[in-house]
Every structure is written in structure tokens, then in C-alpha cells.
Design a binder for this molecule. Structure first.
Ligand SMILES: Nc1ncnc2c1ncn2[C@@H]1O[C@H](COP(=O)(O)OP(=O)(O)OP(=O)(O)O)[C@@H](O)[C@H]1O
Length: 617
């Protein structure tokens, strides 16, 4: 029997702006057509206010399975939200042989090739096993009239234009030697997603360490304003370099608060100064060319700031900036920042987060190294960290691992074992701002009875709140405890108490985010958030080898278990300072290393925005 109304084949064009004749489900629809869905069959496609849905006109033979005489139609995707569509493309007409068409059509016009026009809707679906992972999905619809396909493409593109958070122009830095030297390959894998989405990209493949820093610090604000964001194709260290190049000449903020007895030298004449806030503001915005690390690995050339464009930079590019976002296409050795912000380490998922214009705020730590030697001219030396800063074990592992870069990501395991076996501890004094028990799960009250500790342990585990999409903690309005860039004035700290921890430390770590990675899926500090306004200080006092090993394994398995050991302190704080008796170890600030006798740090809540959503639930 002849079937009527096969739009793509025989009947007239039945694509129409929706009228009252549509059934209830289609009431809110904008467009409705009968089309051929590639590899599926004839469908009724409906465009609703929030996306597309389609109904199979008749189940295909090969799409039906039967068991004990009961027929099951396989589960085919039948809808996609507009927010999950990143591109719509018209495809040149192509000949479709009759045998490729559904059986209903074959009966009506056997033996001919027919000319069809197609358009493809590009989007994504969430992986069933790993909800944070997004998988590319494309749906190709055909019709014999070009106008019908064109109408759908136009209509969809008009609606996509209303998704105003999506970027149009991006600056992309590719680190070709990152991780297992996959930088270029990873970029090539995702570049088609950007071109389909019609996102313009200016791509720079770096030739040396420090190049991205130089370019980001020297780029004029006019040019920077022409981009919606900057993308790093590489690892955490590379992202850190770009972030520092961006922030160093642009962020205007006082240096971190310090305790009254923390006397640092802000001038190179060796005089100790009480730091004048106004002077600091000036100094931050006009850092000298001499600012580079004392220690840098062979392939980490010290980046230099040139101030040739300083006039151009100051007023026109505000920081924080809600619009200008950062993105990462992972290609590094650990990729902790990308795992914390997207929940996975997948270049495709990251590219989709970027083209769909997702947005999540990220805390940034400002780390300031004070005068190293009386004659040194490079202080204060300022760096910014998005994930982690650490001294002792963390500095030594990175220093050691740089000798074995040729091993790729495995160098961290090797270097970690070597450093662990050496078991070196360092004399240091750490002061941190106490924000009160109600605002932190700090273990600062170390003199409590052990029974009280036990009950707290259970309670705090239950309180542990992991950062996810739409995380409640990150979305909370900032309070005084959590430092905000706009409230960054010293008087704010006067009410806070400085607490000291002194002795020999195996490591001093300050996590800005949880630092999830493949070895520690919960992160080094499971309850650190993307935007809680705290640094999570993890202080490990000298202890036995066995105890330290236990701690390290707890750390990687459970995202830190601070109450388990006396020698472990975990404090949530907006700022801390550090003094060591000698320059024995190095500070690792997101992969960049330098010696510091005196150092102070603070966190800026939600200072930058990332193209991401946070990990899925
Ligand atoms: N073309 C280049 N050649 C050598 N080094 C480079 C180049 N481009 C950037 N770098 C430097 O390499 C360092 C490490 O890069 P990246 O973070 O991408 O890799 P990784 O260390 O393998 O990964 P992760 O930081 O995730 O552990 C960066 O700090 C950056 O300064």
C-alpha cells in the first residue's frame, strides 16, 4: 500500500511553522517536519523552545528485537536540548540510492537514485558510565527540498545565536611537548569542533618555555578584548604560565596580609619595611623585568615581563573579568585543573565545554616571595597558582622529576619514590589566619581530648562536601572569612587571629582546589572547592617513614584524612606566611619552582572564570 506524506521523497513539502493542528506534545513547537534521519528512518522532527525531538514514523525492521514473542524497539536517542547543540551544518546534496531508504519509500519509487539534501545537528550526550565525560553525537536529517533543510538550519542557527555565553573568538596556545608530547595531536583532534561551531581561533604552538607567558603579558588590551578567552592545550604548568602572563601585569591588588612579626624587605637596599598599601599597589602593577625564578629547570626558561605596553594595559582590561574565560584541552602529565573543572581528562569533553560557553569561577592564590638575599633585586617576586603550591616534599619531587622529563608522566612516580626514600625534613615557621571553627573544619585545636577527636572525625567525614556542578559552597555569597578581590583590604584581617605552627616539616602544601588526578580521584584535599575562598594548608611535621607512607596513601585514596595523624595539620585559611631558616628546599607553585626564605600567600575568591561546569554528580 502506498504511504502518503513522505516529505523527503514523494509528497509536497510539509515542513511548516507549527499550527494548531499539532498534537499536545507539539504545542510549544516552533517547527515541525517529516524528515529522513540517517541510519534510522523517517521521523517527525519537532523544534521546541528548548530543543529538538523526533518520533520514528514506523519502527525499522532492524531496530526491533524480539524475546519470547515480545517485540522491543531499541532505545534510540529521540531528543537533544538546544544547550547541548554546538553546531548545525547544511550538507551538499547527495544521491541516495533507493536501497538506503526505508522500505516504505522503496515500495513507491523502486529502482531510482534520488537526490536528497541533508543537514547535521552536532551535539553531545553524557557517557552512561562516566557522567562527566561528554561524547560527540551527530544527527543527520534529509529532505528532497533544499529549502526545507535550509529553513531548519536557519532556524536552529538563529536560536543558537541567542546562546550568548558561547565564545566566538579564542586565543589558543599549544604546548607540543606537554605530557607524552600529545599537544598538537590533541589540538588537531578537537579543532573540527571549534570550526563547526564557527569559533575563530588564533593558534600559537610554543617553541620554548616562557613564550606563552611573554605573549600573554605583552598582548595589548585591544587585542585581548577581541578574544572571548584563552585556551591552553597542555598541562597544569602550561596553564599556570598563561594565567601568570595574564594576571601579572593586570591584577591590581595589595600583597597578602602578614602577621606583625613577619618582617620582610620590600626594597632592595636591605631595609626592613612595614609595607605601605599604596606603594604595593604600584609595585604590583609595574613589576620589574628582573622578576624570574632563581631556580628554573633546563626547559623552563625564566619568563620575563616586558612593560612596553604597560600604559595600554591598566585601565581597559578589568580583572576579575566575567566575560574573558580560560580553557584547558588536557595534554599534560597530571591535568589536575582540568579534572577538577570538568570531572574528566578528555580533550573532546573540554572542547565541548568551551564551545558551549560553560562558566565556572576559580579561586586563584597569589604567592609572594620576599627578599632572598640582601643584594637580590628580584623581590617581591609574585606568582599566581590555580591549583597547588608546596614546599619540601612537593618542591623536591618536582625538582627531581625535571631530571627525568624524558620518562614522560612516569617521572613523577620515580621522583616521588626517590624523594620519599630520602625523607628530608625542613625547619620552618608557618603562620595562617584563623577564620574560626564555624567557618572551617580546621584541626587547629590540636590539644583536644582524643575522644573528642574521634567523634569529630566521624562528624566531619559526614560534613565533607565534594565540589560538583552547581556546588553549593562555590555558589555561596562570599563572607568575610573567604577573601574576595573587592574586599581585599588589610583592615579586614585585623579581626582575624594569626596562628603559628613551627618545627621541622616534611612538607608544607597549600591547595587552592582539590587537585584531583587519576591516582587520587577525590583529590589531594577532597573538600577543597573551586571557589570557596580558602587555601587548604596541609602541614606534615617530621614523622617516621612508615607514618609518612601511610599518610601519602591515605592522601591519594581518600583525598586527605587529616584527623588520622598527629603529625598532619589541615587548616582552611585565606592567607598564610612562611619563614624558613635556610633555603634548603624549593617552592613549587603549580609546577614553577623557586627558593624562598620568606613567602606569603593569599587567595582571591573566584578571580578567574573557566569554560567548564565542575564535575558531574
Ligand atoms: N615548546 C616548549 N618547549 C619546552 N617547554 C615548554 C614549551 N612550551 C611550554 N613549555 C613549558 O613546559 C612546562 C610544562 O608543561 P605542561 O604543564 O604542559 O606539561 P607537564 O609538566 O607534562 O604536565 P602537568 O603540568 O599536567 O604535570 C610549562 O611550565 C611550560 O613553561
Amino acid at each position: 500500500m502506498e504511504r502518503e506524506g513522505n516529505d523527503y521523497d514523494l509528497g509536497g513539502d510539509k515542513s511548516l511553522p507549527v499550527s494548531s493542528s499539532l498534537d499536545d506534545n507539539d504545542k510549544n513547537s516552533i517547527l515541525n517536519s517529516t524528515l529522513l534521519l540517517d541510519h534510522v528512518g523517517e521521523v517527525t522532527l519537532t523544534f521546541h523552545s528548548n530543543g529538538l525531538s523526533w518520533k520514528l514514523m514506523e519502527p525499522l525492521e532492524n531496530d526491533v528485537s524480539s524475546c519470547l514473542g515480545i517485540k522491543y524497539v531499541s532505545k534510540i536517542v529521540t531528543e537533544i536540548k538546544l544547550s547541548d547543540i554546538y553546531a548545525v551544518e547544511l550538507i551538499d546534496n547527495r544521491l541516495t540510492h533507493i536501497s538506503n531508504l526505508p522500505r516504505t519509500t522503496e515500495r513507491t519509487c523502486s529502482g531510482h537514485d534520488i537526490k536528497m539534501y541533508y543537514f547535521t545537528v552536532h551535539g553531545f550526550i553524557r557517557s552512561k558510565n562516566q557522567p562527566s565525560q561528554w561524547i560527540l553525537a551527530e544527527y543527520t536529517f534529509g529532505h528532497k527540498h533544499l529549502q526545507t533543510c535550509q529553513m531548519w538550519v536557519n532556524q536552529l542557527n538563529e536560536s543558537l545565536k541567542l546562546e550568548i555565553e558561547r565564545p566566538k573568538n579564542l586565543l589558543v596556545f599549544v604546548h607540543p611537548r606537554s605530557g607524552k608530547s600529545n599537544g598538537c595531536r590533541n589540538w588537531e583532534a578537537v579543532a573540527p569542533i571549534f570550526s563547526r561551531a564557527k569559533v575563530e581561533t588564533k593558534v600559537i604552538v610554543t617553541e620554548r618555555a616562557g613564550q606563552a607567558f611573554d605573549m600573554m603579558s605583552n598582548i595589548t588590551n585591544k587585542e585581548l578584548n577581541s578574544y572571548d578567552g584563552v585556551i591552553a592545550v597542555g598541562g597544569d604548568g602550561f596553564f599556570n604560565e598563561i594565567l601568570n602572563g595574564f594576571l601579572s601585569p593586570r591584577l591590581k591588588a595589595p600583597y597578602p596580609p602578614t602577621p606583625p612579626d613577619f618582617v620582610h624587605s620590600a626594597k632592595d637596599n636591605g631595609d626592613s619595611l612595614v609595607v605601605d598599601e599604596n606603594e604595593i599597589l604600584e609595585e604590583t602593577s609595574s613589576q620589574s623585568e628582573d622578576q624570574f625564578p632563581l631556580i628554573s629547570s633546563p626547559n623552563q626558561r625564566a619568563p620575563k615581563i616586558s612593560n612596553s605596553n604597560s600604559e595600554d594595559k591598566a585601565p581597559e582590561f578589568p580583572v576579575p573579568n566575567e566575560w574573558f574565560r580560560f580553557g584547558i584541552i588536557p595534554a599534560g602529565s597530571t591535568d589536575a585543573i582540568v579534572i577538577c573543572t570538568t570531572g574528566t581528562r578528555d580533550p573532546i569533553t573540554s572542547a565541548l565545554h568551551i564551545v558551549l560557553g560553560k562558566k565556572v569561577h576559580l579561586d586563584i592564590a597569589q604567592v609572594v616571595r620576599w627578599k632572598t638575599t640582601p643584594r637580590s633585586e628580584v623581590e617581591p617576586f609574585v606568582r599566581y597558582a590555580a591549583s597547588f603550591s608546596g614546599y619540601g616534599f612537593y618542591g623536591d619531587v618536582i625538582t627531581e622529576s625535571e631530571k627525568y622529563r624524558w620518562m614522560g608522566p612516569k617521572r613523577y612516580d620515580y621522583a616521588g619514590t626517590m624523594v620519599f626514600l630520602k625523607h628530608r625534613s625542613y625547619e620552618a615557621e608557618i603562620s595562617y589566619l584563623d577564620v574560626g571553627l564555624e567557618e572551617t573544619n580546621s584541626t587547629s585545636k590540636r590539644n583536644r581530648e582524643s575522644s573528642l577527636l574521634q567523634s569529630l572525625k566521624a562528624q566531619r567525614r559526614a560534613e565533607r562536601c565534594i565540589c560538583r556542578i552547581n556546588c553549593k559552597v562555590c555558589n555561596e555569597k562570599p563572607n568575610n572569612a573567604a577573601t574576595e578581590i573587592c574586599s581585599l583590604t588589610p583592615h579586614l584581617y585585623s579581626e582575624k587571629r594569626w596562628v603559628k605552627s613551627k618545627g621541622r616539616f616534611l612538607s608544607v602544601g597549600a591547595a587552592v582546589i582539590s587537585c584531583r588526578n587519576e591516582k587520587a580521584p577525590d583529590g589531594l584535599v577532597a573538600d577543597a572547592h573551586l571557589s570557596d575562598g580558602f587555601l587548604h594548608l596541609i602541614l606534615i611535621k617530621d614523622c617516621t617513614h612508615a607514618s609518612y607512607l601511610w599518610h601519602l596513601t591515605q592522601f591519594t585514596r581518600r583525598g586527605g584524612s587529616p584527623l588520622n595523624f598527629k603529625f598532619v595539620e589541615h587548616h582552611k585559611t585565606p592567607a598564610f606566611s612562611f619563614t624558613s631558616s635556610g633555603n634548603e628546599s624549593v617552592w613549587n607553585v603549580d609546577g614553577e619552582m623557586f627558593q624562598a626564605h620568606q613567602l606569603s600567600a593569599q587567595v582571591f575568591r573566584g578571580l578567574v572564570c573557566m569554560f567548564a561546569t565542575g564535575p558531574a554528580v
